[in-house]
Design a protein. Structure first.
Length: 170
């Protein structure tokens, strides 16, 4: 039985309550735009969510891991005033098909490199996208970002390249 989810657009929710949601959409749009600009195709399945997404097919996801009070990279060892910036920790994941052996046979080195080439491209494109994430919603420069990009081990016929990104919510 399907669960009914109320449509938030049917409620008079203040725009300030939608800042994180709108930021998630901007990040997803930015990822798609940078890939388009560089001529690199992305999987058609693209969405944002909270927590993590199941890696069971080719997809692009933006996952909200946490949000906190303070600038990107601030240590939580000192109390913060409530009027300082707020930051979000995101995971941007590009999951693509990866070759697996059939009938217990090993995958050929050529096929492994062919599958790995897509991960190498994703690493570079996500690194190039960093400039685009460090902006406020009005287009001005942001407070800086912290990011790492790393490919996960192939599993179940797919491989994911993950960008962990900390940026200001704005």
């Amino acid at each position: 039985m399907a669960t009914t989810i109320p449509d938030i657009n049917n409620y008079p929710i203040d725009d300030d309550a939608k800042l994180v949601m709108n930021m998630m959409q901007r990040v997803l749009d930015t990822v798609v735009g940078v890939y388009e600009q560089m001529g690199v195709p992305l999987p058609a399945r693209q969405f944002w969510t909270t927590g993590g997404a199941v890696e069971d097919c080719e997809q692009v996801t933006v996952n909200l891991i946490q949000a906190y009070l303070g600038n990107p990279g601030d240590q939580a060892t000192q109390p913060q005033r409530c009027n300082v910036a707020r930051s979000a920790v995101l995971n941007i994941a590009v999951t693509r098909n990866f070759p697996i052996g059939e009938n217990g046979k090993a995958v050929s080195p050529d096929r492994i490199m062919q599958g790995s080439a897509w991960a190498m491209i994703d690493v570079q494109v996500l690194l190039e996208a960093l400039r685009s994430f460090d902006q406020w919603s009005d287009g001005g420069p942001g407070l800086g970002v912290i990011a790492t990009v790393s490919p996960a081990d192939p599993s179940g016929g797919v491989q994911t390249v993950n960008m962990n990104l900390t940026m200001a919510i704005g």
